[in-house]
Design a protein around this ligand. Sequence first.
Ligand code: ATP
Length: 251
Amino acid sequence: MATRTTGGLSTATRPVVTARNVRRSFGAAVVLDGVDLAIVPGEVVALLGGSGSGKSTLLRILAGLDPEATGEITRAGSQAVVFQEHRLLPWKRVAGNVSLGVPGPGVRQRVAAALAEVGLAERDRAWPAELSGGQAQRVAFARALVREPALMLLDEPFGALDALTRLKMQTLFGRLHAEHGFAALLVTHDVDEALLLADRTLVLDSGRIVEDAEVPLPRPRAVDHPGFGPLRRHLLDRLGVRPDQDGAAGT
Ligand SMILES: Nc1ncnc2c1ncn2[C@@H]1O[C@H](COP(=O)(O)OP(=O)(O)OP(=O)(O)O)[C@@H](O)[C@H]1O
């Protein structure tokens, strides 16, 4: 895997990450078979695909966590990763988890600001075990935010949450994105989530990106917008989910 980090002044349109001809196999199984991808500053890109299609594998490669992959990754800016599980260290308090590995002066203030942004200003002294799943995931977002990343790599960050908490977290994500303007790659199984949050949707199938489409819906997004249903049906169709006889999407 060739990786490059470009320096100098960034322009508004130079991608924060570019992947060229990325390939990854596990034994005889070819999971990624030549993936090309570029994400520009501030852009939210949803990565969809069936189970086992290689979404997490691609995210890990973009994050620099998979030395076995081949191809070329170019990064222009810092990255932060949020996984489905919060991955907080149980022996560190909330603030200690958020500040972990963050260099520079003013870390305490930055941690406090990040926790306030995710609505957990008062929980800085709590232990991870004292948090709900949604709160722990908020801390994971604060930990990412405090690094002021140009790109957030999000691997089903709301996937383990109950439906109500998931909706709240989607709203929080939208607010954080509007305030900070980071780019994001959002791996998700949830077509509605993709259409609510993303500027662009990618569909991964048989090792390749088979669809790369702008989401032509106004913001703020709403599921009851007349354009939402046709886009949802199109994406579900792309993912191999056909409506059942009652017209509802079966899984
Ligand atoms: N470390 C590994 N060793 C062997 N096979 C792996 C490894 N990591 C991933 N795979 C295989 O690669 C394929 C893609 O996995 P990946 O987790 O990227 O898919 P995914 O699209 O994220 O799936 P899901 O939506 O179910 O999370 C799967 O068949 C998986 O079994």
